[in-house]
Design a protein around this ligand. Sequence first.
Ligand code: ZN
Length: 254
Amino acid sequence: MSNKTTQEDNYSTDAISLKLESLYTLQNIDSEIDRITVLRGELPVEVADLKEEIEKLNERLEKQQTLDDEINSHIENERQKIDQSNSLIEKYNAQQMKVRNNREFDAINKELEFQALEIELSNKKIKSYELDVDSNADKVKLLKAKIKERKKHLKNKNSELADIIKSTEDEEKKLISKKKKCVKLIEPRLYNSYENLRQTSRNGLAVVKIDRGACGGCFNSVTSQHNLNIKLRKDILFCESCGRILVPDDIDQQ
Ligand SMILES: [Zn+2]
């Protein structure tokens, strides 16, 4: 007799309602836990990516600075050549004063012309190197600004991550303890199918509401008889397309 009563109780609208509500609550708790996991899952990757990016930018900056040193040493080289040419010119000018014939004069003149051309060439090279120095300075400036900006971004992401870890730790603990209490209200067989459904579903949804006559998980329409049975809370019913547990759309309005 008492057995029969339990059976009836188990399948009464109230009992089914309670089961559906527990399942729906459990799903919401699990979705919240999933959300925290996703939040944490993305930020550490973002932080690692930023660190790598900054490292690469620093390498590029170092290369630009090495290049700068090289160009400056080329410029210095050309300036030394000009100095040498100038002292030669001075020397040739003095020699020219003491020439004994035209042939010697012409020979020295040729040397003088040659050194003048050398100076001209060095000056041209210096000008072009100086242009390189300018464009290099621009690149260095841009890189430094970029590094500064990325570092600031990294600092923000790092503190965001620390905040999330700090704030979600408590939230997660609370959710896990709420989940434990909720699971106790659900019979093991039902809880097992719930967990199986969650694992096979891509978005972690095992329990979904009926939304305008369609399954809230796969969006396939639900037959009107099925819909009515779910609305009347006659039993734990599943979507005929995706197998998810369907709950009436007014599940959280009581
Ligand atoms: Zn479905």
